[in-house]
Design a protein. Structure first.
Length: 360
């Protein structure tokens, strides 16, 4: 979701490291800091970065050599396996300023449970009465939000808030389903909920009360992130059956620009109002995107046709994942766009080295 970068052969200026298949490589200086970093371990086919805090700690998941998918944290170039709750797979969704991590893990009995990881210990957060729960976000107070089924006899999910050891059902907009995807430090929560008509609408919960944020003219909408000012982003169907990224502020939902294609989605917003997500290009590719002051920029890819931006910290560092080879290879690597908010201008990309570091 950024200007399309030229694919060229390049070399990485880091002692003995050699890198191929880079994009946006221009005249480089040894002092230039790489702006796009491939976080995947050598030999990894699939990994994803879902969250980043202001200390630069990154969380997500990576497929291990044995084929298992594990929640991981990247810090100072080192990837750490966070383990599981007894099952084979796990995924980290978000990290706060204290380094506490929220995510989901399989259990020994085959269920999946929301977890909070803190100082090396992964804690099962339980459920709303069913067997399954999933955590998607954590704020700096350690409160976690997500979704859980509330009945062992069904797979109907409700959004939850977990705080101080207690999981609370946040309810719905009149339907049977809801999920919470983000919480800010004021305790405001956003996500999605079904209505009495069966539509799914972007939802804001304040003090446990849900508010329908509406749509951009279509049937469904989905809220993904909220900042300290209460600005909310996500995506919505439009009246023309397209999907558009939106920002909701001052009681109004407004569509964001796309990269030349029809569809787009916003995944995260920081306290400066910088928004990241994805957009179709005119060439029908999907690229990671950043919006600043209503201006959209394409963050490009690691060599493939597709990339997705999933989180942004207050420094403007962006994480997500990118395809590494073209033509639908489906090999996606966790990706860091360093200083993306500062260097998103296409002219800046063209005048700076764009050197992913492989195998960090």
């Amino acid at each position: 979701m950024r200007p399309v970068l030229r694919q060229v052969s390049a070399f990485c200026l880091l002692a003995v490291a050699v890198v191929c298949g880079m994009r946006h490589v221009a005249v480089a200086s040894p002092a230039v800091v790489p702006r796009m970093v491939d976080l995947a371990a050598p030999g990894t086919a699939f990994s994803r970065a879902n969250g980043i805090n202001d200390s630069g700690q990154i969380v997500g998941f990576s497929d291990l050599p044995n084929g298992q998918r594990r929640a991981v944290r990247w810090q100072d170039g080192v990837m750490v396996d966070l383990g599981t709750l007894g099952g084979g797979a796990s995924e980290a969704a978000a990290i706060n300023m204290s380094g506490q991590i929220a995510g989901t893990s399989g259990t020994a009995d085959g269920a999946s449970r929301a977890f909070r990881w803190d100082a090396g210990v992964m804690t099962d957060l339980g459920t709303l009465g069913g067997t399954y729960s999933e955590a998607y976000a954590i704020n700096d107070s350690g409160q976690v939000v997500g979704r859980s089924n509330y009945d062992t006899a069904s797979f109907d999910y409700h959004a939850f808030l977990w705080s101080a050891g207690v999981m609370t059902d946040l309810g719905t907009l009149g339907g049977t389903y809801s999920a919470a995807f983000a919480i800010n430090d004021n305790g405001q929560i956003v996500g999605e909920s079904s209505t009495a008509t069966g539509a799914v609408h972007a939802t804001l919960w304040v003090n446990g009360t849900p508010t329908d944020l509406g749509t951009l003219g279509g049937e469904n909408s989905y809220a993904q992130s909220i900042n300290a000012s209460g600005q909310i982003v996500g995506w919505s169907w439009t009246g023309t059956s397209a999907v558009s990224a939106f920002i909701w502020e001052n009681g109004q939902m407004r569509a964001l620009e796309a990269l030349g294609g029809i569809n787009s989605g916003a995944a995260a917003i920081n306290d400066s109002g910088q928004i990241v997500g994805w957009s179709n290009t005119a060439a029908f590719e999907v690229h990671a995107t950043i919006w600043q002051a209503d201006k959209i920029d394409d963050l490009g890819t690691l060599g493939g046709d597709s990339s997705y931006a999933r989180a942004i910290n207050h420094a403007g560092d962006v994480v997500g994942d990118s395809e590494t080879a073209p033509a639908g290879s489906l090999t996606f690597h966790a990706t860091l766009w360093k200083d993306a908010a500062r260097w998103s201008d296409p002219q800046s990309w063209e005048t700076r080295a764009f050197l992913p570091i492989i195998g960090r």
